[in-house]
Design a protein around this ligand. Structure first.
Ligand SMILES: NC(=O)c1ccc[n+]([C@@H]2O[C@H](COP(=O)([O-])OP(=O)(O)OC[C@H]3O[C@@H](n4cnc5c(N)ncnc54)[C@H](O)[C@@H]3O)[C@@H](O)[C@H]2O)c1
Length: 490
């Protein structure tokens, strides 16, 4: 059995205890992974602290060279990393291999370039020259969830290291394998020992002491809103970037290009197995086109291939774990009890769906499920289900759409479909969310600020927005001489 160890100060460190990581499609145990606690966290933070002065004072072009090299190594190993990722978290190979792992390589290339261009601002006055310096923050705790684990980890590691910080990365206990490979590749790329450390383990045992550690200066966390609240309570005064849950509205007006809207709506709720923070999980459709849209949307959902995530043709793979499957099934059971109409999917394999291939019969599967006649006050419309479950909600007019879209604790992403230019801009301004995509699915430009409002989080990452998390701006005010300095006679 493969064993995965912690990575501390460039060394592979055995665990005092191990947990198993399991393939959600087959239930096969993939590896035993070291389970860290306070001792490993302390050692990793100490290593990161010791490595910080050297790395922070390494000239940016030299840091960039190694960061770029890490991107190149990832790009060279895409098929291998994508397969590891798909086996570990169930996300389909068509996405991990063609989009997510290549995107991870891009993260390193992008931030390698950017760290050589960190400049400042100048604010000249008649008496002073003010300018800003951007310093690295120090030791950062980077915490990733189980969905899209590799891409999410690199989205944090790349800017964190590029700007001169050192890091302790903790992956989810449900999908730690691809990041273990990242640690190896970082050393191969010439990133010095101690700059990137990895402690594996559970949230309570490893994540909590990491966030609470007094030598950790910043926390970049992606995960659930509940865990985000807990971290803020236990971590003390630190810089936070919190990328949390969502229940994003996907609003379609009667004048929208219906075919494109249908494609995008299907993609935004069923891609990544529906295990996606930016999922358009509440689909708001104007009443005059609601019945037609619902019928066409359900038709498309029925045609989605559910199956072996290693098969290039599969669109929806297994849920990450039996516990998560049980949660998704709970909401599928709840929908009709709350008064929603089940259009397709449901608790068992529907008659129109082919049998699962033999290899994945024991997987944590659920079929794309569509509920119509959903009222936004229902729990299926308010809670983040985080699975392939779509809620179709009718609305009357623009005001009604805005009211429903904003009637949620979350504010991560949003989608507006209309051919009316003025309305598109009004909606984009009115929806309470960190991102709004007009006549589009979620398209993530690396320069764009990514993040949410309300219970979806605080802070933004991406492009220069990553300075907020991983840099400390300092203002320097230099007197030009000659201005009056008060003389207090002392
Ligand atoms: N906004 C975004 O960018 C984004 C992206 C992906 C996922 N998410 C959210 O992540 C959630 C799914 O991921 P999950 O179930 O792994 O989330 P989770 O909150 O259960 O766990 C996330 C990570 O936090 C760790 N953790 C748990 N308790 C901790 C604690 N007390 N202190 C420190 N670390 C702790 C876990 O071990 C894991 O590594 C969903 O809510 C989803 O919307 C958000």
């Amino acid at each position: 059995m493969q064993q995965i160890q912690h990575l501390i100060n460039g060394q592979s460190v055995a665990g005092s205890d191990y947990f198993e990581t399991v393939n959600p499609a087959t239930q096969e145990v993939l590896a035993e992974v070291a389970s860290g606690g306070e001792a490993e966290v302390h050692a990793a933070v100490a290593a990161a602290k010791a490595a910080f002065p050297g790395w922070a004072s390494t000239p940016a072009p030299e840091r960039a060279k190694r960061i770029r090299q890490l991107g190149e190594l990832i790009a060279r190993h895409v098929p291998e990393i994508a397969q590891t990722e798909t086996n570990d978290c169930g996300q389909v190979i068509a996405q991990t291999g063609k989009q997510l792992v290549p995107r991870a390589a891009d993260n390193f290339h992008y931030f390698a370039e950017m760290c050589t261009r960190v400049d400042g601002h100048t604010y000249p006055t008649p008496t002073h020259l003010n300018y800003t310096l951007f310093h690295p923050v120090g030791v950062c705790a980077l915490i990733s969830p189980w969905n899209v684990p590799f891409m999410t980890a690199t989205w944090k590691v790349a800017p964190c290291l590029a700007f001169g910080n050192t890091a302790v990365l903790k992956m989810s206990e449900l999908s730690p394998l691809s990041a273990a490979r990242l640690g190896e590749l970082a050393l191969e790329a010439g990133i010095p020992a101690g700059v990137l450390n990895l402690v594996h383990g559970y949230g309570k045992q490893a994540g909590e002491p990491l966030c609470a550690h007094p030598d950790v200066r910043a926390i970049s966390f992606t995960g659930s809103t509940a865990t985000g609240h807990r971290i803020v309570q236990t971590a003390g005064l630190k810089k936070f970037s919190m990328e949390l849950g969502g229940k994003s509205p996907f609003v379609i007006f009667a004048d929208a290009d219906l075919d494109r809207a249908l494609d995008a709506a299907v993609f935004m709720i069923f891609s990544n197995n529906g295990e996606r923070c930016t999922a358009g999980s509440r689909i708001l459709v104007q009443k005059s086109i609601y019945a037609d849209f619902a019928q066409k949307f359900a038709e498309r959902a029925r045609r989605i291939t559910v199956g072996d995530p290693l098969d290039e043709k599969t669109i929806v793979g297994p849920m990450i774990s039996p516990a998560h499957l049980a949660k998704v099934r709970h909401y599928i059971e709840l929908g009709p009890k709350e008064g929603a109409t089940l259009l397709c999917g449901g608790l068992d394999r529907p008659s129109y769906a082919p049998e699962l291939p033999e290899r994945v019969r024991r997987g944590n599967y659920v079929w794309p499920t569509v509920f119509a006649d959903v009222d936004n006050r229902m729990k299926i419309a308010q809670d983040e289900i985080f699975g392939p479950v779509a809620c179709l909600i009718p609305f009357e007019d623009e005001a009604d759409a805005i009211r429903i879209a904003n009637d949620t604790q979350y504010g991560l992403s949003s989608y507006v479909w209309t051919e009316n230019l003025g309305r598109a801009h009004r909606m984009a301004a009115a929806i309470e969310a960190g991102m709004c995509f007009v006549n589009s699915q979620n398209v993530r430009d690396l320069r764009q600020p990514f993040g949410g409002t309300k219970a979806s989080g605080t802070g933004r990452e991406g492009g220069t927005w990553s300075y907020e998390v991983f840099c400390e701006p300092k203002n320097v005010a230099v007197s030009l001489g000659g201005h009056h300095i008060p003389h207090w006679g002392v």
